[in-house]
Design a protein around this ligand. Sequence first.
Ligand code: NCD
Length: 330
Amino acid sequence: MSMQTNPIHHKRPHLPFGDQRDAPWYGQDILSVKQFSRDDLEYIFDVAHEMRVMVQRVGTFDLLKGKILASLFYEPSTRTSSSFTSAMERLGGSVIPINEVRYSSISKGESLPDTVRTLECYADVIVLRHPEVGASALAAKYARKPIINAGDGVGEHPTQALLDLFTVVEELGRVDGLTVTMLGDLKYGRTVHSLARLLSLFHVDLNYVSPDILRMPPEIIEELNVKGVPQAEHGSLEAVLPETDVLYVTRVQKERFENLEDYDRVKDAFVIDAGTMRRAKERMIVMHPLPRVNEISMDVDDDPRAAYFRQMEYGLYVRMALLAMVLGKA
Ligand code: NCD
């Protein structure tokens, strides 16, 4: 089922003492990267940078003391769920984790609107991962509290795209002028859908390298064409590797295939290894939203250009920034 997203919601629920009435993000949902401007990104990254400094200096501080996050995951997650939990707890808040939906009333047939209406009685913000495109927009329609989309099927993963872009900024110092090559499962990978859209705010060259059956969806290519973003599709990495500043590798999304024989045919189509890195620029980065399966060999991990483990850490700071913003404290 696909539902229409309505990216910007202005929710300004009852303001408890001490919240900043004028904070621009107070009470807002984060559903799609389409809701962000370049100015917004600059603001988010400034706050994320401050969070980084504070975590390194003091570890944990009480900006969100007394606030509660409901973390509702209908799909598996390690990084997204634990980084949101860590973000909330490092800011002095606490978390209601619901990740075993089979032990919740969802397994009794409760609808998503009813589940979010329940959780917002107990929490101040809800982070939602769900297998259906548009699920977080549906949740946001019924919820009075902010909903943060932590992945809606093959749709979007806006907080991942924000941390991906923050990684680029922190690692390479700029976004304009870069050549970004996305590799792997561009059809089902929601992180590349969000990242391509977010990059369309900048002057970048985009390359898409994938097996034929996993190409970037035509509607996204069209959306970026309208914005004048140079994009090129390739069946192999070789031609574009020497000019690539950011190589964004993705896992083939096995769980989205209707036919597992198709998965077996393409699962190992691209593998980055030390040999690949010898043909890459000296100053470039390799990113991956993780989890990786086989697409990046472990012999790349010690290469200073391998940014995928650092990328996870940047995710903590971006998610701290987003929680503080939607709760009116940044
Ligand atoms: C990604 C996701 O869930 O879309 N993981 C993540 O959030 N870091 C990528 C993936 O599962 O391949």
